[in-house]
Write a protein that binds this ligand. Structure first.
Ligand code: THU
Length: 133
């Protein structure tokens, strides 16, 4: 599956972001273990804490689309500075990640950074503490 397709899906999601308060538009696209792509954007709310992040929306779409593993997640934000997933979204990505999961960070049409979730969230709390894997 080409990363260009993933980028296109993330840009498409970003174009539909609802972010009238921050004016910071984010799109995320996930490639799952079935080679399917799921995307989502941030959706803000006038009651600020109720807004959801793009990564969160894309993960919900993956679950609804019968995916359960994030092989790659590509995130694209507005502006000219490459951002990085918030702490909550790092934990959300980790839930469905494998050792090989790649997190790709983009601005416009360019992939600027390629990370592992363990780079983003070392010493994480994870499901291994709750059950035997
Ligand atoms: N945002 C995301 O969508 N993902 C992140 O990982 C960081 C922040 C959104 C939330 C809010 O709508 C806007 O960016 C500014 O924080």
């Amino acid at each position: 599956m080409s990363e260009q397709k993933l980028l296109k899906a993330a840009l498409q999601a970003k174009s539909k972001a609802y972010a009238p308060y921050s004016c910071f538009y984010v799109g995320a696209a996930i490639l799952d273990e079935n080679n399917n792509i799921h995307n989502g954007s941030n959706v803000e709310n006038s009651a600020y804490p109720l807004g959801v992040c793009a990564e969160q929306s894309a993960i919900s779409a993956m679950i609804q689309g019968d995916g359960s593993r994030i092989c790659k997640i590509l995130i694209v934000n507005s502006g000219d500075k490459t951002s990085s997933p918030c702490g909550g979204c790092r934990q959300r990505i980790l839930e469905f990640a494998t050792e090989n999961t790649e997190v790709l960070l983009c601005v416009d049409g360019t992939i600027n950074q390629r990370l592992r979730i363990s780079d983003l969230l070392p010493f994480s709390f994870n499901k291994s503490y709750l059950k035997d894997d």
